[in-house]
Design a protein around this ligand. Sequence first.
Ligand code: NAP
Length: 300
Amino acid sequence: MHNGFAAPVTVVGLGPMGYALAEAFLAAGHPTTVWNRSAHKADPLVAEGAVRAATAAEALAASDLAVVCVADYAAMHAALDHCGTALSGKVLVNLCSGTPQEAREALTWATAHGAGYLDGAIMVPVEVIGTPSSVVFYSGAREPFDAHRNTLDALGGVPRYLGGDAGLAVLHNTALLGLMWATVNGFLHAAALVESGGVGVADFAETAVDWFLPSVTGEILRAEAARIDREEFPGDGGTLAMCLTAIEHIVRTSRDAGISDEVPSQLKALGDRAVAAGYGDENYMSLIKVLRVPSAATHR
Ligand code: NAP
């Protein structure tokens, strides 16, 4: 819901997350222009009132603010590098996964094209976008954050500004996702162990959540555990392949920081085996299928 003037906004990228962002802006009453490399993904949004731009440059021209949510920084550059003067005078808010160094380079790139730039990181799944539980981090120049705060409020929760270094949002994102996936992997290993004793994963989740896990992670794992018991691993909300790209960013961020990359590299190695086994288009929980069998059977 909104009161008074709702500023126009452009969304570049309509994967599961970009789509959810566009829906949230529409729901809050913002005139919303969308562009995606594969144009057909905008069809349902157009039916809800969004305007489909024919090109990325046309999409940028439609609003002062463009929220970019594509796979990674390389995809952002593939989508926008050729836009030239269409970038001038605009504010880009880039919410893709990457490394702090890529975020800082993106700030330099945007500034060279005359655009304001705010980097950001989405910390919740698609279904939480637009709700009070939503969490999105931002970093970079304060001015564009303050200027567009009312529009960013449509994504839900309380937008959190972390500071002037454009890399800070992605730094927090990689740190917290590393923590999250290490926890999830610990849970999946524990689930595979209790399964071997004939215990259902949903039953085990009740014990594990009460005993150990913080409530937010716990609620997600509860819901996912029931789907694991049913052997359901739908990738429509985000795929294992998408998560692996983000894990790769944790590995690279750790190397860039001069610290050990062993923990995220182990996550990556496990994920790579799951992709090799054909689970890349399923959701992250499909990793349990790799963990259910002896290591030697799936090491390549
Ligand atoms: P994704 O699979 O990571 O990205 C898909 C989007 O990237 C599509 O719009 C795709 O266009 C576009 N894309 C990829 N390569 C491109 C290129 N070379 N040129 C132009 N566009 C390109 O899907 P997602 O789940 O929506 O994630 C988007 C970002 O949000 C990622 O950085 C992800 O880490 C972050 N995120 C996602 C979630 C989630 O739960 N889904 C949660 C938090 C953060 P096409 O449609 O044409 O392929």
